[in-house]
Design a protein around this ligand. Structure first.
Ligand SMILES: Nc1nc2c(c(=O)[nH]1)N[C@H]1C(S)=C(S)[C@@H](COP(=O)(O)OP(=O)(O)OC[C@H]3O[C@@H](n4cnc5c(=O)[nH]c(N)nc54)[C@H](O)[C@@H]3O)O[C@H]1N2
Ligand SMILES: Nc1nc2c(c(=O)[nH]1)N[C@H]1C(S)=C(S)[C@@H](COP(=O)(O)OP(=O)(O)OC[C@H]3O[C@@H](n4cnc5c(=O)[nH]c(N)nc54)[C@H](O)[C@@H]3O)O[C@H]1N2
Ligand code: SF4
Ligand SMILES: [Mo]
Length: 713
């Protein structure tokens, strides 16, 4: 064999060999599956392969989104340099100029209009370190009270309900590994099979073990197909449906009196309220027959263990807080909490939807779930931050209310990090008008999202492959995601960008951080003694394990199952709340006769900013659609696969009509993963829940019409 040939052969072998194996964690949903990304060079081209890694929660499973996540991170449309708007275009500028520009604009706007004229808007995909730093950035560097984040649209109803009922809010009160031990499981407005697919096997296992699964959803999904019983509830009527189930349980004496007496407050009021309700009326208003309600209630109350999972279907309502409280009432009357296989789960959404809601991105919150209105909490955090209590701003307003304040020109500049509100905000036409009125908009993103296109300045942020930091999964398990590769171009990490801007604003002493770990160490102290206590969690520990919070000391194991002995209120007891048979604030009427509900599909993530840039995912679902029952479609002259105009009192869009025998006849469904002409949030309703300020994304009144009415030709 010639030397040449051998060399060629060796070269080929080297080319075929894997160049790099990068351990990482999926950027999308709250399961936080881990994986290895293998980068292979072949004939001068790079190829990628993804292998799931074994870890405690997803057990070496990955869904289609995780398998293709790298496609957006490696996409050619990634923003690689700071960009400044010049007329209708963007021009590349240096970081120095960009930082200077921010300082100049923010300073002059604040000098003229006060500190609160600048707002900050965050997201649940930021790491804990970045979410924490964003809260500190708003209050210490910008001295504004206006900070909120996209989790307001996501977790706020479940969070406020758990806080009030249990005294503490954590996605799941148990380990996911306990699901197979549950004898009866209620899945309320949650589509786990498409939204947290790698969790599904836990429910399948429960079913194999004999669990009875009840799903509540106005339409059939891959999740409802798993259920033994599918209650196709009228949109927005879940609170009433739970009242019906509570009535059956109380009437038939199926409640757990000793649990109620020992561990709860407020049962007498609840009982009196439930006694006053009429099951037939509830059946009529929810669309669920009395016998079905009875069967569901008896199964849940008589199972030796039981769990309730709620998600956005019941939470994104104009009375989402009360609805979740009623599901918690159901758990408490049956004593189904604090035991193996018994508990509650608010199926958390975003990758760091859990951690992102704990450390101060919210208008009323300080790190560690502290309250910005509590004098002791303010004192503690001011001390950690090295400012006086008077310098710490007060409570701001919720995400949608911030949009309204921009429209009213009260907030004049906005700093967005990790959200695409032009597509994700209800009544998106108002969001667009509000963004246009801003004097100065900065967007920190990986892509020129629909929102970033309106910015004056766009700053390039790192993706999950590049950014090291901790994420907290839906159970409250903290995980460390290592950086798998270095930043492309001039991209910087979100935490670096926050420090850079703060330094430019003259706040270097408060933002001296050189690594994510240094920020985490400050977060540990800031959360110490708070409800979400991370003090005992260190990077060193996270190298080896995923640790549950609360974890108050380095040797502490962290709490997997919550509320085993007592709840987190001062007296250790949980609280009942009487809940009315709420109806959604907007009802179908003569002009707009149908319910519209919105949600997700398996292959896309949120506003699609990332997944629409992944060829493999985009190909699965290339455009938006509207699911309609065929008889409803025929009544409105809509043909299968034709384009449909969907219109509400706020606006209209077009989407592909798809017949669906399994959806309620009075309801249509549209996903929200597309922007511009297919942005369904131009149609949705902006009324907010009075307690948690969650918008009612899941119900509004619409009419539909064919874009081209063939019946007229
Ligand atoms: N594939 C995919 N996975 C995701 C996401 C994604 O965008 N795509 N997003 C992540 C995020 S941030 C979140 S918050 C979660 C969301 O996860 P889910 O809340 O499970 O997702 P949705 O599709 O918004 O809503 C769930 C179901 O609620 C139903 N529903 C609508 N109205 C009602 C109602 O009035 N009552 C009841 N009982 N049900 C109703 C819908 O038909 C839908 O099937 O998913 C996370 N995972
Ligand atoms: N109609 C309707 N509307 C809804 C919902 C619904 O069910 N129906 N659900 C609501 C829910 S639950 C949610 S969570 C919101 C989500 O709403 P958004 O937050 O607007 O959704 P995303 O698509 O995640 O937007 C994130 C943006 O930040 C960028 N990004 C991703 N990761 C990072 C990062 O680490 N750093 C930075 N700087 N940028 C990053 C992405 O490219 C993208 O442009 O939408 C809400 N809107
Ligand atoms: S999207 Fe969720 S379930 Fe799918 S791989 Fe990513 S973390 Fe896992
Ligand atoms: Mo979400």
């Amino acid at each position: 064999m010639s030397n040449n040939f051998l060399q060629h052969f060796r070269h080929q072998q080297q080319e075929a060999a894997y160049e790099k194996a990068m351990d990482t964690q999926c950027p999308f949903c709250s399961v936080q599956c881990t994986m290895q990304l293998l980068e292979q060079r072949e004939g001068g081209r790079k190829k990628y392969k993804v292998l799931p890694l074994k870890e405690t929660v997803s057990e070496a499973r990955l869904c289609i989104k995780g398998r293709n996540a790298h496609q957006h991170a490696l996409h050619r449309e990634r923003i690689l340099h700071p960009m400044k708007r010049v007329g209708r275009h963007f021009e590349q500028i240096s970081w120095d100029d960009a930082l200077h520009f921010i300082k100049e604009q923010f300073t002059s706007i604040q000098e003229q209009n006060g500190n609160d004229a600048v707002g900050v808007y965050g997201g649940g995909s930021l790491t804990n370190e970045e979410a924490y730093l964003l809260g500190k950035f708003a209050r210490v560097a910008l001295k504004t009270k206006h900070i909120d984040y996209n989790g307001r649209y996501c977790m706020s109803a479940a969070a406020s309900a758990m806080n009030e009922a249990f005294g503490l809010d954590r996605g799941i009160t148990n380990l996911v590994q306990e699901i197979p031990y549950s004898r009866c499981i209620i899945l309320a407005g949650t589509n786990i099979a498409e939204c947290q697919p790698t969790l599904l096997p836990y429910f399948q296992k429960a079913k194999e073990n004999g669990a009875f699964i009840i799903a509540l959803d106005p339409r059939e999904t891959l999740t409802t197909k798993l259920a033994d019983m599918h209650l196709k509830v009228k949109p927005g009527m879940d609170a009433a449906l739970v009242n019906g189930m509570l009535k059956v349980i109380l009437d038939q004496n199926l409640y757990d009196l000793s649990f109620i007496e020992e561990r709860t407050n407020g049962f007498e009021e609840l009982k009196e309220h439930i006694e006053s309700l009429d099951l037939n009326e509830i059946a009529a208003s929810t669309g669920i027959q009395r016998e079905q309600m009875e069967r569901a209630a008896v199964h849940f109350a008589t199972g030796s263990t039981g769990m309730v999972f709620t998600a956005r279907g019941v939470e994104q309502q104009t009375h989402g807080h009360a609805t979740v409280r009623n599901f918690l009432n159901l758990i408490l009357v049956t004593g189904n909490i604090g035991k193996l296989g018994s508990g509650y789960g608010a199926v958390t959404g975003q990758g760091n939807g859990q951690g992102g809601r704990e450390h101060g991105q919210k208008a009323d919150q300080l790190p560690g779930y502290r309250s910005i209105e509590h004098p002791e909490h303010r004192k503690y955090i001011s001390k950690v931050w090295g400012i006086t209590e008077e310098e710490l701003p007060g409570k701001g307003v919720s995400a949608y209310e911030m949009i309204e304040k921009m429209d009213a020109e009260e907030i004049k500049a906005l700093f967005i990090m990790g959200s695409n509100p032009l597509v994700s905000t209800p009544n998106a036409n108002l969001a667009e008008s509000a963004l246009k009125k801003l004097k100065f908009l900065v967007v920190v993103d990986m892509f020129l999202s629909e929102t970033a296109k309106h910015a004056d300045l766009v700053l390039p942020s790192s993706s999950y492959l590049e950014d090291e930091g901790t994420m907290t999964n839906m159970e409250g398990r903290v995980t460390l995601r290592k950086a798998a590769r270095s930043c492309p171009g001039e991209v910087r990490h979100d935490w670096q960008i926050l420090c850079d801007v703060a330094v430019q604003l003259g706040k270097k002493t408060y933002f001296p951080f050189q690594s994510a770990e240094e920020i985490f160490n400050e977060l540990r102290v800031a959360s110490k003694g708070g409800k979400a206590d991370y003090y005992g969690i260190t990077y060193k520990r996270l190298e080896k394990e995923r640790v549950f919070w609360p974890c108050p000391a380095p040797g502490h194991p962290g709490e997997g199952r919550l509320f085993t002995e007592s709840f987190a209120h001062e007296d250790g007891k949980a609280k009942f709340l009487t809940v009315a048979n709420h109806k959604p604030k907007e009802q179908p009427n003569r002009q707009f006769p149908l319910y519209l509900t919105t949600g997700r599909v398996m292959s896309h993530y949120l506003t699609g900013a990332q997944t629409r840039r992944s060829p493999a995912l985009a190909a699965r679902e290339i455009e938006s659609f509207i699911r309609i029952h065929p008889s409803t479609a025929r009544a409105f002259h809509v043909q299968n696969h034709s384009l449909v105009k969907v219109e509400s009192a706020r606006g209209s869009i077009q989407a592909r009509g798809l017949y669906d025998e399994s959806i309620r006849e009075d309801t249509v469904f549209v996903p929200f993963h597309w922007g511009d002409e297919q942005n369904i949030n131009k149609v949705t309703y902006h009324a907010l829940d009075p307690v948690c300020k969650m918008p009612g994304f899941k119900v509004c009144a619409v009419r539909i019409a064919p874009v081209v009415d063939l019946s007229r030709n």
